[in-house]
Unconditional design. Structure first.
Length: 98
């Protein structure tokens, strides 16, 4: 996954800026399940933070995603789910949902 770090001022009366980071996620063949949450969840998170995560399934198995709670800032935030596959020795991706 890609992890970006952004410094921001949360408007807390002049104290020094805090640092926002995408949460680490360890999903893969050897990790059968887990939770993925937005940075700072359940409170807000920084502007301009771009978090990307890869979840790899065991060959022949599928991935089940359940979105329990979801709220975005209109025109600024989004969730995109893609499937990546190899065809003719090249990696391709197809958007599943946005």
């Amino acid at each position: 996954f890609r992890n970006e770090t952004i410094a921001y001022d949360p408007g807390n009366g002049g104290s020094r800026p805090q640092t926002c980071k995408c949460r680490s996620a360890n999903f893969g063949i050897d990790v059968p399940s887990g939770d993925l949450k937005s940075p700072g969840y359940p409170v807000g998170y920084c502007n301009n933070l771009n978090c990307k995560y890869e979840i790899e399934a065991v060959p022949g198995r599928s991935i089940h995603l359940s979105i329990v709670s979801f709220e975005t800032e209109q025109r600024h935030d989004y969730l995109e789910i893609q499937q990546t596959f190899v065809f003719a020795n090249a990696q391709h991706s197809a958007r599943i949902a946005t």
